[in-house]
Design a protein around this ligand. Structure first.
Ligand code: GN1
Ligand code: MG
Length: 370
């Protein structure tokens, strides 16, 4: 790590209620948005780890609202786990470490917002799913997350990113990016643009169903990528879910759809060999089983009806977000190589086609679950 960053991180580390001496910190390369460090402290001779994270303010315009949500959600989940007598509660819900003056975040001289979490040990996350058991665990973990938050008291959570999964608005943003062609990349993305535009007839399906009162708003995670599930090293079971910045009011389909996107293909999000990208039925079945089991208490028949469709819709929505960012010159998602967002878009669109081809069978499986 460059010296200036290390010095700054030492300064940051001293702002939080951590009883120990920082030894070293590493940049964590997972995630496209925030800047995350794993820091090791010496606490009376025992090595203890924490996460320090800088919130991306270009993406999260109101970091204080984000942290208010995160505090309410983590506190509520912890209380429910304790009330249920859950084992290992400190590994099952993120713990925010307060600053020395009792706040949930620290603002540095540059105006950057930093927060700190207890590092959950002996867990790992994966970029791609290896077997149906893992898909089942993802479905169960995010389903339980929704179930634990179903009785969150108090006001509606802040919308940390308004219209985050509003496909109509994302579609409009894509059309604007096409018209502007800021980065002169339209010519190289004709096929993808054509595919994106051709899907317009069905992109409003869930928004319409919600507007008709058919499916309700709930508290959802909204970033249910498989790499946000922490699996226990020893048992392979999901212990907790992370990345709570987009927890806000939403449709359960946003969560389930993003799980379908990230757990049913054997590939990474930016796989270049599109022949490998496909929705695999055994993964979907395990995922759906885990999710439906965990949400049985509240999931309505109307919500169930759109679960397979949600996979297609959210995969499409994230695909057009990658495409839009590519056309805009990569201003939103962190990229690691030329045309990275275009590659990501291509895998999403390939997956959309694969889901569409199997959608009826996927939904039939969901309907068969009791
Ligand atoms: C971003 O930061 P990360 O990787 O958890 C994005 C998600 C996308 C995802 C695609 C706030 O999540 O919406 O689905 O990339 N998060 C935000 O990989 O935009
Ligand atoms: Mg995220």
């Amino acid at each position: 790590m460059p010296l200036y960053r290390e010095k700054h991180l030492q300064h940051i580390s001293q702002q939080f209620q951590i009883y120990g001496h920082i030894l070293h910190a590493e940049l964590c390369k997972i995630g496209h948005i925030n800047e995350t460090y794993t820091a090791t402290y010496d606490q009376g001779g025992v090595l203890v780890r924490y996460i320090h994270q800088k919130i991306n303010q270009h993406v999260f315009r109101q970091p204080d609202a984000v942290m208010e949500n995160v505090m309410r959600v983590t506190t509520h989940i912890r209380n429910r786990l304790l009330a249920n007598g859950a084992r290992q509660p400190t590994r099952r819900a993120l713990i925010v470490v307060p600053t020395r003056d009792g706040r949930s975040y620290y603002v540095d001289d540059a105006g950057d917002y930093w927060r700190t979490f207890v590092f959950v040990e002996r867990v790992q996350s994966f970029e791609a799913v290896q077997n149906p058991q893992q898909a089942y665990e993802a479905g169960r973990a995010f389903g339980e997350f929704q179930a634990l938050l179903a009785d969150l008291p108090g006001e509606r959570l802040h919308e940390t990113i308004p219209d985050f999964h509003n496909t109509q608005k994302r579609f409009k943003a894509l059309k604007e990016a096409i018209a502007a062609d800021h980065a002169n990349r339209l010519a190289g993305a004709r096929k993808e643009v054509e595919f994106a535009l051709a899907q317009e007839p069905w992109i409003g399906t869930l928004l319409d169903a919600h507007a008709r009162g058919e499916i309700p708003e709930r508290i959802t995670h909204n970033d249910t990528k498989f790499n946000n599930v922490m699996l226990d090293w020893e048992t392979g079971r999901a212990l907790c879910v992370v990345d709570l910045d987009t927890v806000m009011p939403g449709l359960i389909h946003y969560d389930f759809g993003d799980m379908v996107r990230t757990t049913t293909s054997p590939t990474m999000e930016d796989e270049k060999d599109l022949s490998k990208v496909q929705m695999q039925m055994p993964m979907f079945e395990a995922l759906a089983r885990g999710y439906v089991e965990a949400t049985r208490e509240f999931l309505t028949p109307a919500e169930r009806k759109y679960l397979a469709f949600a996979g297609k819709l959210i995969t499409y929505t994230i695909g057009i977000r990658f495409l839009t960012d590519h056309l805009n010159g990569d201003t939103y998602f962190r990229v690691h190589r030329p045309n990275h967002n275009l590659d990501r878009c291509r895998t999403q669109f390939k997956l959309v086609e694969s889901i569409a081809a199997q959608e009826a069978a996927m939904q039939a499986y969901v309907d068969s679950l009791v």
